[in-house]
Design a protein. Structure first.
Lengths: 116, 119
């Protein structure tokens, strides 16, 4: 079956522009996660959704970052007024069960964001 | 806060040989899971192997096995009969278990080890 998909795969933005990154989780998966992976680093947690509810947004770096999952399936990560330090790969993951019960997160291919 | 440390930024192995990737972690929780993920150049993270902390037996998945030393907080990955397709970044990750306090859903990753397989 289809895995987690993300679009676009690559995004180049000028500093100050707003961007929107999309994640399509595996159908039926309750939990959805966003991670940020800086160059040469491991992924770092940004936010977690259980269905449409955003239960944890503690990893979002600033109030310029906003995530939503209005119908409990597709999610969008929006970054306003992008800065160079926002350049990274943004990974989306989903899992079948609610977060604490989940033993495996399935990852998408990520969106590489470059801010010039 | 939990931390995961991978002390080997890069490793190389000859095809068909065995290689071990190191990982240590720090946590005060007793209920947790440990993972090894593979990230090829395509960037798609793939789960390689998982270990539940309450299990004493080391997990194995075909050519992949772990050496889980709970008291030492060590979780190394052994790849036997290395193949060219094993070349990738490997990340060690930690997640709290159902009975752990706080956020038991998010993964905490190490910085990764880049594995090169030489033909």
């Amino acid at each position: 079956g289809a895995g987690v998909s993300q679009s676009p795969r690559y995004k180049v933005a000028k500093r100050g522009q707003d961007v929107a990154l999309r994640c399509d989780p595996i159908s039926g998966h309750v939990s959805l996660f966003w991670y940020q992976q800086a160059l040469g680093q491991g992924p770092e947690f940004l936010t977690y959704f259980q269905n449409e509810a955003q239960l944890d947004k503690s990893g979002l770096p600033s109030d310029r970052f906003f995530a939503e999952r209005p119908e409990g399936s597709v999610s969008t990560l929006k970054i306003q007024r992008t800065q160079q330090e926002d350049s990274a790969v943004y990974l989306c993951a989903s899992s079948l069960a609610p977060g604490g019960l989940s033993n495996e997160q399935f990852f998408g291919p990520g969106t590489r964001l470059t801010v010039l | 806060a939990q931390t995961v440390t991978q002390s080997q930024p890069e490793m190389s192995v000859q095809e068909a040989e065995t290689v071990t990737l190191s990982c240590t972690y720090d946590t005060s929780e007793s209920d947790y899971y440990l993972f090894w993920y593979k990230q090829p150049p395509s960037r798609q993270m793939i789960l390689v192997i998982r270990q539940e902390a309450y299990k004493q037996q080391n997990a194995t998945e075909n050519r992949f096995s772990v050496n889980f030393q709970k008291a030492a907080k060590s979780f190394s990955l052994k790849i036997s009969d290395s193949q060219l397709g094993d070349a990738a970044m490997y990340f060690c990750a930690w997640k709290g278990g159902l009975n752990s306090g706080g956020s038991n859903y998010k993964l905490t990753f190490g910085k990764g080890t880049l594995l090169t397989v030489n033909p």
